[in-house]
Design a protein around this ligand. Structure first.
Ligand code: TYC
Length: 113
């Protein structure tokens, strides 16, 4: 059977292309970000914390000293915001470095709102 002028359509079929294949409301959800937190303790030397912030978070000495003092005084500070994978790597690097130097320094990550 041949298609006639009523049967053939060059318009998108409503229940297929327009509603399924074509995303009319584009999803813009981005992957979540994670805050990396440094926690205060009574034993880790201040200079060691400054070194950690310089080495793993690319801070200048002045920035690192500032953030270290914030953690020392307030108990905790966000030292960076990263993708899940990068945050995990940073936490691992800090925890490993602290353990190897036998300091009790704690670093954790937390999903950003
Ligand atoms: N409170 C430590 C001290 O007095 C210094 C310190 C700062 C430790 C920041 C941990 O995340 C930290 N030696």
């Amino acid at each position: 059977m041949f298609e006639n002028q009523w049967m053939m359509s060059d318009q998108p079929d409503d229940d297929e292309e327009s509603s399924v294949l074509v995303q009319t409301r584009p999803k813009t959800k981005r992957p979540p970000l994670y805050k990396v937190l440094l926690l205060n303790d009574d034993y880790t030397p201040m200079e060691f914390v400054v070194l950690v912030l310089e080495r793993f978070f690319g801070m200048t000495h002045a920035q690192a000293f500032d953030i270290m003092l914030t953690v020392h005084k307030k108990g905790v500070a966000v030292v960076g915001v990263f993708s899940h994978e990068i945050a995990e790597t940073k936490v691992g690097q800090v925890m490993d470095f602290a353990r190897r130097h036998q300091h009790p320094l704690q670093c954790t990550m937390e999903r950003e709102e």
